[in-house]
Design a protein around this ligand. Structure first.
Ligand SMILES: O=C(CO)[C@H](O)[C@H](O)COP(=O)(O)O
Ligand SMILES: [Fe+2]
Length: 222
C-alpha cells in the first residue's frame, strides 16, 4: 500500500537570500527537501550542514536531507543530529547502508536511501527492510530544472512491487523533473512522495502549485 501523496518541494533553486520567505511560500507542503552537494559525488556544489540547520530552524515542516555527497557514512549522522526528519544518502556513496540506517534511527531520524538512474534496484533490495524511504532519482543528480527521465517509470513500478512483496511500508520518493506534466505517471507507477523544485518555485503561487500537484498525485495512486 502506498502512503497518502506527499509533496516535498526542493529549495535548491529558491532565493536563499530570503530563505524564511521562500519557506513560507510552501507552508502547505508535506516537507522540505534540502539538496546537499559536495562537487565530488555530483558536479555541483550547493550547501551543507549550516544551511540544513538553518532550514530546520526556519520552518515547522519536516525536513528531508538528500545527500549527494561522498563519504555518506561519515557525514549523514550529523544531518540527523541537526534535526532533519529524514536523511537520505546515496547507496553508491555508503559502504555500510544497514549500519548507517541503524545509526540514523538511533539518532531519532528516519533512514532514506537514494539510487542514481543507472543504479539497479538490486543494490537496495536486501536492505529495504531497514529503510523508511527509498528515493528513485528521475534525473541525473546534480542540478534542478532537468527533464524527467521517462525510462525510470518501470523502475518505480518494480520498486513498488518490491516494497509490497516484502510487506513493508517504506515511502517511495521520486526526485527530478516532477511537475504537473509528469507527476501523474510517477504516481501511477507507485511513487507516493514527490520532490518538485522548479515546478513549485517557478510558479507565481507556490501554495496553489503544491496543492495541484498533491491532487494530481492522489488521483493517480492505487
Ligand atoms: O536532487 C535534485 C537534483 O539532483 C533536486 O532535488 C531536483 O533536481 C529538484 O529539482 P527539479 O524539480 O527542478 O528537478
Ligand atoms: Fe533532491
Amino acid at each position: 500500500m502506498s502512503h497518502p501523496a506527499s509533496i516535498t518541494p526542493s529549495i535548491l533553486n529558491c532565493d536563499v537570500a530570503h530563505l524564511a520567505t521562500e519557506l513560507e511560500r510552501i507552508a502547505n507542503a508535506d516537507g522540505v527537501h534540502v539538496d546537499v552537494m559536495d562537487n565530488h559525488f555530483v558536479p555541483n556544489l550547493s550547501w551543507g550542514l549550516p544551511v540544513a540547520e538553518a532550514v530546520v530552524r526556519s520552518t515547522r515542516l519536516p525536513v528531508d536531507a538528500h545527500l549527494m555527497i561522498e563519504a555518506a557514512d561519515r557525514w549523514a549522522p550529523a544531518y540527523a543530529e541537526a534535526g532533519c526528519q529524514v536523511v537520505t544518502p546515496h547507496v553508491e556513496a555508503t559502504q555500510a547502508p544497514v549500519r548507517l540506517a541503524r545509526e540514523l534511527h538511533r539518532l531519532g531520524a528516519q533512514a532514506g536511501l537514494a539510487l542514481r538512474p543507472a543504479t539497479p534496484l538490486e543494490a537496495v533490495e536486501s536492505v529495504l527492510g531497514e529503510l523508511d524511504l527509498l528515493l528513485v532519482m528521475t534525473v541525473e543528480p546534480g542540478f534542478g530544472g532537468q527533464q524527467f527521465i521517462e525510462a525510470m517509470l518501470p523502475k518505480i513500478k518494480r520498486a513498488r512491487n518490491l516494497i509490497s512483496e516484502q510487506n513493508l511500508s517504506v515511502r517511495l520518493q521520486v526526485d527530478g523533473g516532477v511537475s504537473r506534466q509528469t507527476i501523474e505517471r510517477a504516481a501511477e507507477a507507485g511513487a507516493d512522495t514527490f520532490v518538485a523544485g522548479s515546478a513549485v518555485y517557478r510558479a507565481d503561487d507556490a501554495l496553489a502549485e503544491v496543492q495541484a500537484l498533491r491532487e494530481l498525485a492522489s488521483a493517480h495512486q492505487h
